[in-house]
Design a protein around this ligand. Sequence first.
Ligand SMILES: Cc1cc2nc3c(=O)[nH]c(=O)nc-3n(C[C@H](O)[C@H](O)[C@H](O)COP(=O)(O)OP(=O)(O)OC[C@H]3O[C@@H](n4cnc5c(N)ncnc54)[C@H](O)[C@@H]3O)c2cc1C
Length: 434
Amino acid sequence: MTTTTKAPNYKAPSGWNALLPRRIARQQVPRDRRFRNVVVGAGYTGLAAARRLAELVPGEETLLLESSTVGEGASGRNSGYLLINPGEPSASAAGFAGEWATRQIALVQAGVDWLRELVATHSIDCNWQETVPAITAAATPRGERSLRETRRRYEAWGIETREFSAEDLRRILGTPYYCHGIQSLTRALVQPAALHRGIADSLPAAVTLLENTTVESLSGAAHFTVGTSRGDFIADRVFVTNNLHARAFGLARDRMIGIYTYGAFTPELDGEQLDLLGKSPEWGALPAHRMGTTMRKTMGRLLIRSGDSYERELEPAAVRAMLTALHRKRFPAMRTHAFEHVWGGLTAVTHNGGFLFGQVKPGLFVSAGCGGAGVTRGTIQGKLLAELACGSQSPLLSDRLAQSGPNWLPPEPLRGTGAKVQIAWEQWLAAAER
Ligand SMILES: Cc1cc2nc3c(=O)[nH]c(=O)nc-3n(C[C@H](O)[C@H](O)[C@H](O)COP(=O)(O)OP(=O)(O)OC[C@H]3O[C@@H](n4cnc5c(N)ncnc54)[C@H](O)[C@@H]3O)c2cc1C
């Protein structure tokens, strides 16, 4: 199995991006091929790094290279939750000691704050919502026990969370499927492709964004040669922010695995069908188990995200069948359970939840390994990576540098076998949370 392809190549376009007007990709190759900085990958991490470099040293030119187009990568095909969880986005938050968790939360909260500021400054139209119900919901007694434990943990960290009864959940979400819920650590819900586009299209003038351009090789020291599908570029500094695909450059090859997960949108629903999804015009529901199902009622549609597969994207027909069954289970009374858009997306997962962050060698910086909460985490890590490169100091950067990175994973075939067994086991444990 190849685990080091140069860039993702999805089987279906992002449903979120498909809802937006057509956007013209930036693919005018710059005449000058020498840049102070090259950033590889324009997801939330790369966008944040490139923007922050331009803010800190506006006179220096940065080239930001993206193999796909903005809105089509994982950053534009996720579920749009801006989470501040110190660990997994799901409720399971075991093992985080008080002060460590509080500092983690402060770090990720800084990512939310920066995104909020950018949305306001550049009038980014991304359906940014801070007050809609965003609940972690349990469908099983085991899930309920886990949520009660999570709530106790949140309270130990000084975070008040509301509880929701089965009746509350039926009223808000429109389904009797769930038995217990707590307010999640979601700080905002967004249209992720619109946010991603808005941030990319408001980059400072010192950043040149070049889409549909894959970085194929990286060589040199002091001056790097960045080999791309549109020829070579030379840079003093390179920032590798292409998440799992950092492995293609020999980075964290034995530390990250790729897990695909899947999303789907119903068509726009009429008033009667929308009423079956509860009275609130928008809501978000996260699962009580990390292998569970995420949902949103948003923009007159239902979004559903679920499923996990190791390193290989499932066929769209199989994904559609799986998500349709999950939809039907939760909302049996809907007139139809058909989807208009179905897609998959790749996340980078590490065994201990640690992220790769820092300077690998002089001039070469990396931030990769953002799993399920990369909108906020990628944003703050990208920002801090630029600050690290520019010699800035801050308590947030010190906290980030103090964290341990991802731990070692055995080689194939052991790695794949172990990951598949763990996915199957956790999916079994997740039971009806799926
Ligand atoms: C279905 C789904 C739902 C999710 N839901 C959420 C959620 O609700 N909230 C949340 O916070 N996170 C969520 N995530 C995870 C989130 O999308 C990621 O953590 C986040 O996108 C990571 O950002 P990033 O910039 O580090 O990486 P990416 O978004 O993966 O960006 C890396 C970019 O690098 C580009 N690239 C790769 N290789 C190359 C190369 N060789 N040359 C040039 N460019 C390259 C890729 O095309 C990509 O655009 C979800 C993910 C999926 C798939």
